[in-house]
Design a protein around this ligand. Structure first.
Ligand code: FES
Ligand SMILES: [Fe+2]
Length: 411
């Protein structure tokens, strides 16, 4: 791959090939629980600096962070039932980006107010997340993926800001063999040094990997040493939901790893999890879904690689702010990565020719609920894997950890 080809695949700004493709999809930008009425949050997505706010009347707004007047940030803006006012001279904008008032002007001239209209994007909520759509109108529907709408579960949302390009993170989702090394051998070594229990399921050798395109992305499959194609890991597999989500889990744990391109060198990573109670139990009602930060550096600035996700983050970040791809050596185990890169380019072609790329939903009936399959017996490990999947993953940082263990019952 040439450096120019790498630029095409990695850049997310408006007008770039991937920037235009990614703008056809909704991306989560915050948790609903972060945004009570009358509050705001600066957010950056696809290279655009924005401010997300909720009026005192409960309406969500997502507009350019920079004030149209003389450029101060609206992040500290005053919010009322109509919109957000710039802290500098009080120009007020509503959720559609319309300028409602310029307090220092004796007369509010409609033409002047109109000229001060700022960029605004749709923001919608589902399953405890706030999503943004930065693409052309009409907006597609916000996908009602199963985990966002299923009943009888408790949820939590982990997040981390990762200082690297989104593509190297997504490539990890079609890279099954890293699991045996990074999460098997490497993590075991790190944990041994700390006299922590070592993982028992991750280090098994891959004897076969496979990838299939489906309507919403790529299904990833593996056969592990001693196993067969009848195992869930091959027969069921789990999907990369195009463009930026991985679905993973086992038994009562179901998870989306959603990678939001913030700009070319930063990615906001969400771990959106649903925990299902053991057979016959009922999940307690949840008023709001907690959000927690997943750390990946220790106090001395060293990578935390004694848990699965910390190992992944170390691998992604050390590939560089934007991984150089010209010097890489792709081998047969990288066929999923080649498939994903090609899919990105193919879908960008779709956009160029005026069509919706894969997974864009405009039919309400299709969108009533979109289910994905995922292994129930991952690594043929049954229930014994559940505890490891909690203690050795980002879940160890969840404020709900104890509740999750109790809910899963047999963990
Ligand atoms: S800079 Fe925002 S009102 Fe003046
Ligand atoms: Fe991983």
């Amino acid at each position: 791959m040439t450096p120019e080809q790498n630029d095409v695949l990695t850049s997310v700004g408006a007008g770039t090939r991937m920037g235009e493709l990614l703008r056809r999809y909704w991306f989560p930008i915050a948790a609903s629980s972060e945004l009570p009425a009358g509050s705001s949050k600066p957010v950056k997505v696809l290279g655009e600096s924005l401010v997300l706010f909720r009026t005192t009347a409960g309406k969500l707004g997502l507009i350019a962070e920079r004030c149209r007047h003389r450029g101060s940030s609206l992040r500290c803006g005053h919010i009322d039932d109509e919109g957000i006012s710039c802290p500098y001279h009080g120009w007020k904008y509503d959720a559609s980006g319309k300028c409602l008032s310029m307090p220092a002007e004796a007369v509010q001239k409609p033409a002047l107010l109109k000229r001060a209209t700022t960029a605004a994007y749709p923001a919608e909520e589902l399953g405890g997340l706030v999503f943004a759509y930065l693409g052309p109108q009409p907006s597609p529907l916000l996908p009602r993926y199963d985990l966002f709408v299923m009943d009888n579960v408790i949820r939590d949302i982990g997040y981390a800001m990762i200082p690297c390009n989104w593509l190297q993170i997504m490539e990890n989702s079609v890279d099954p063999t890293h699991v045996e090394w990074l999460h098997g051998h490497h993590m075991a070594e790190q944990r041994k040094k700390q006299q922590l229990p070592v993982p028992t399921h991750y280090a098994r050798h891959h004897t076969r990997i496979g990838f299939d395109l489906f309507e919403y992305g790529i299904v990833k499959r593996r056969v592990l040493e001693g196993g067969s194609e009848n195992d869930d890991d091959w027969k069921v597999g789990h999907p990369l939901i195009f463009p930026c989500t991985l679905r993973v889990g086992t038994q009562g744990q179901h998870r989306f790893q959603i990678r939001v391109p913030v700009d070319d060198t930063h990615t906001l990573h969400f771990w959106y999890s649903c925990y299902q109670p053991a057979e016959g139990k009922t999940a307690p009602p949840q008023e709001s879904i907690p959000m927690y930060e997943v750390p990946w550096l220790d106090a001395d600035g060293n990578f935390l690689t004694d848990f699965v996700d910390g190992g992944d983050i170390m691998a992604w970040v050390t590939q560089g702010p934007v991984a150089e791809r010209s010097p890489e050596m792709l081998t047969s185990s990288d066929k999923g990565i080649v498939l994903y890169r090609q899919l990105l380019l193919d879908q960008a072609d779709q956009v160029d020719s005026g069509r919706d790329p894969m997974g864009v939903i405009r039919c309400a009936q299709t969108n009533s609920r979109i289910d994905f399959s995922q292994e129930k017996n991952k690594f043929r490990s049954g229930a014994s894997f559940l505890r490891e999947a909690i203690e050795m993953s980002h879940v160890r940082y969840s404020p709900m950890k104890q509740q999750i263990i109790e809910l899963l019952g047999n963990a």
